[in-house]
Design a protein around this ligand. Structure first.
Ligand SMILES: [Mg+2]
Length: 238
């Protein structure tokens, strides 16, 4: 895993904006996400992390248990409106972009090529360039950002929200920017100490900021569903 300087610097920004670590929706994995409900609510595009969100790290295929949910997602949004943004595939450490090609082939959606790792503003800019270049451009407000890491995926989604100036439609949305969805399940153990710290931090910030976050309560009830069953072999953080 390459050194992620943008991620390492996140704690300094948290000193004046701790809410950056708070997701809107928390799920075990993508099987709990109601993609059709999201689409009906006006979300038109999705940014997905790869490792431990869709695939096992160093594997380019979707985890078998997630394949039905992944198809539901592609059917709901359309394959061109989903973008994989990984800190492995598609980065400058991906020699010849071979992994990006392989991930794109196996997951059936494009992989962002980006110089700077998540959650950098330069990576955010590359994401915006992709979605604004579509035949029917997609705005930040119409995106969901799904990932298993707070300091990369969730912080990136919340940084995108900070730069969003469009008015909130009280009929459909209660917050600015993308919907940040945090997947807490771990398919292959990695960075467990850091994950533990991230989870504790989310708990503490939620309490400190007295974060009832009505939009989160609403989003959870509207956009999640029960897991069909939990795999026996599955490792969870809980
Ligand atoms: Mg990940």
């Amino acid at each position: 895993m390459p050194l992620n300087l943008p991620g390492i610097l996140v704690p300094f920004q948290l000193l004046w904006n701790p809410r950056l670590v708070l997701p809107h929706v928390v799920v075990k994995d993508i099987r709990q996400i109601d993609f059709l409900a999201l689409r009906k609510a006006g979300y038109r595009g999705a940014v997905f992390d790869k490792d431990n969100c869709l695939t096992i790290p160093h594997d380019d295929r979707a985890v078998p248990e997630l394949q039905d949910a992944w198809k539901e997602c592609r059917d709901a949004f359309g394959e061109g409106n989903i973008l994989i943004v990984s800190n492995s595939a598609g980065t400058r450490f991906d020699d010849g972009e071979i992994q990006a090609e392989s991930v794109s082939y196996h997951l059936g959606v494009p992989v962002l090529r980006h110089e700077s790792l998540k959650p950098s503003y330069s990576c955010i800019s590359a994401i915006r360039t992709y979605f604004s270049s579509l035949c029917v451009p997609i705005k930040d407000d119409e995106l969901i950002v799904v990932g298993d890491r707070i300091f990369t995926d969730v912080v990136m989604a919340n940084r995108m929200a900070q730069g969003t100036a469009s008015p909130v439609d009280p009929g459909t949305k209660t917050h600015h920017g993308p919907l940040a969805i945090w997947t807490t399940g771990v398919w292959k153990r990695e960075s467990m100490a850091m994950r533990w710290c991230e989870k504790r931090l989310v708990d503490v910030v939620s309490r400190w900021t007295d974060d009832a976050r009505p939009e989160s309560v609403s989003a959870k009830s509207r956009f999640t569903k029960n897991l069909p069953r939990v795999s026996q072999s599955r490792k969870d953080m809980d």
